[in-house]
Design a protein around this ligand. Sequence first.
Ligand SMILES: CC(C)(COP(=O)(O)OP(=O)(O)OC[C@H]1O[C@@H](n2cnc3c(N)ncnc32)[C@H](O)[C@@H]1OP(=O)(O)O)[C@@H](O)C(=O)NCCC(=O)NCCS
Length: 188
Amino acid sequence: MIHAMTAVTIRPVHLPDDRARLLALDRSFTTGQVYQVAGTARSFALEAVAVQPALHKDFPLEDDLGEGRTWEQGVVAEQADERIAGFAAWSHRRWNRRTELWHLYVAPEARGSGLGRTLIHVVVTAAQAAGMRCVWLETSTVAYPAIQFYRRMGFVWCGLDVSLYDPAGGAAQETALYFTRPLLDGGA
Ligand SMILES: CC(C)(COP(=O)(O)OP(=O)(O)OC[C@H]1O[C@@H](n2cnc3c(N)ncnc32)[C@H](O)[C@@H]1OP(=O)(O)O)[C@@H](O)C(=O)NCCC(=O)NCCS
């Protein structure tokens, strides 16, 4: 598949051959807005708040490219010079017919040109072909730009986990958020 706007070729990922070029893909983002979780005894709500200075976050990938990786299938968007401009990776969970999207990144210089949309289309098409009923993903409260993108792609907020990230770890200020995109009538 050729993505016309950026002249990249979408093809299955090959590991370990693609490993070094995947790690060279800039997966980070910077945002001046994040979400905060406002919780009561019986409810949670998301509130958008400004952050200053802007927050920069990177996504680790090195530990998820080996034999024990969380995902089963993936595609890369490869440029003519063989650099990788995008990556999406997912798994189909048969027991609940849910596709889990584990990785989605577009290189900064290619963002805003529709490549993320194309990669989501590839994931959705694969999920439909595998008989799945929805695509699901985990992100976090700081991934404000990606959440705007996911909502634009038809994903809806379906849950959170306020205790997932270790307060002593790198994501201490973040809360895990989950989004889903139904694929069939009645799917969620
Ligand atoms: C999130 C990401 C994959 C989006 O990819 P992209 O190629 O820039 O997105 P597209 O150009 O295909 O945008 C598709 C639509 O989403 C919208 N969109 C994309 N980013 C947006 C943002 N930050 N805010 C609002 N809308 C946004 C676009 O305007 C476009 O809308 P349209 O329907 O009007 O055309 C990319 O920005 C990225 O890799 N970010 C860093 C890594 C990351 O956060 N990954 C997600 C981890 S959970």
